[in-house]
Design a protein around this ligand. Sequence first.
Ligand code: DUC
Ligand code: ZN
Ligand code: ZN
Length: 487
Amino acid sequence: MAEFDLTIRGGTVATAGDVARCDVGIRDGRIVALAAELPAGTRDVDATGRLVLPGGVDGHCHMDQPGGDGSRMADDFLTATRSAVFGGNTTVIPFAAQAQGQSLRDAVAAYHASADGKAFVDYAFHLIVADPTPAVLGQELPALVEKGYTSLKIYMTYEGMKLDDRQILDVFEAARATGAMVMVHAENSDCIAWLTERLEREGKTAPAFHGTSRPQVVEREATHRAIALSELSDLPILIVHVSGAEAAEQIRWAQGRGLRIYAETCPQYLFLDANDLAAPGFEGAKCICSPPPRDKANKERIWEALTNGVFQVFSSDHAPYRYDDAEGKKLKGEAASFRYVPNGVPGIETRLPLLFSGGVRTGRMSLSRFVEVTSTNPAKMYGLYPRKGTIAVGSDADLVIWDADREVTITNSILHHDVDYTPYEGQVVTGWPVTVISRGEVVVDDGALHAEAGRGRFLPCDRPNPARPKGTRAPLGPSGTFRAELA
Ligand code: DUC
Ligand code: ZN
Ligand code: ZN
């Protein structure tokens, strides 16, 4: 009997630390050997001339999440994880969102029911805390953290979700006590409402005005406030989907003061811009997301923050609404104000190819940095490392074999989500995932799916932020070493 169930031979293995010619031996779903040359396994995959990377960990994506406005996401756990795996991802972390008045435990049970029997890849859940009552924070949250739901998102905007500063402090205190990681959607809700009403009075309701209603100052102010509340609470936080240079400056300023502020950006802030929101007719609605894509100069600053270490994580924020659909972007029709267009763009399948092409192929970003921000850091940040996010003996055999030279024109017809468009239609990328392996099983090979829905497993997460005695601060390590310092 062969020593390995599967041997990946002839490839160049890249991790967040190293790039080396190396074979990978896999047994019982785990990596058991790494060496220049390994014997054949029961099955061999020839990776000659290809890269072998840890499977992508998409640390921010939405699936089957009901909106309070009658909108419906196009992707459930089956279609979203199918799209994810074709895009080179082997772990996804969507949300279990609490509705007002709902118990957090019930929200988690409902999302498990949605995911059961459907996922193609492994998944964990972030919580969304929208109603932080004493019972939620004092009893439910600690019990859920204990069970492996160790990260949560809060919103500073959106009716029905937004928390005021006092509530945010309550959440931060509870998170600190339990060791959870808090993700913050930082936009000033009152400013957006005030600007939106003013624009509507002037008849400025087209999709492009979505951007006007959420200028950078709205994001910058909320980012600064979130940082201040984090400092007051002595709680590390992660600012999600940073879109503008001004918010990035606040994050850099906080990091310079020794505060543990982490940050994420997404493809829509590198590969879309305000011109896409201003597309003719209602087409700009396809790119309505919040915060909105900014101008070209901002894109450059976001690239810099991702490459120089101010940002640690690159996620899709996949939020899939169909364009030509009364439960999607056309919820209230094409004549309706931008404020009624569901926020979000699809992108779970295109995240890795876009960043590889725009970052690694252009020389902006090393291959190791690409692996770090797309796989290793999200796994560390959310308590899944080293089981996920790296290629090491003992880690799950979650791997993607990557053709660095394959040129692909992105069109919606080649994608595997259930959305009727991609905002990246026509963009040409170089570099594509050709074979995807999850826990030692070849699940995608050369455009074909070889897996059953429901094979993906729920992953309980470790605590990213074990509680420290009050008043003590962990030292800030060099950017990117946060998990070690948090361990
Ligand atoms: N903004 C969010 O906060 N979530 C989903 C998508 C979006 O645009
Ligand atoms: Zn958000
Ligand atoms: Zn989101």
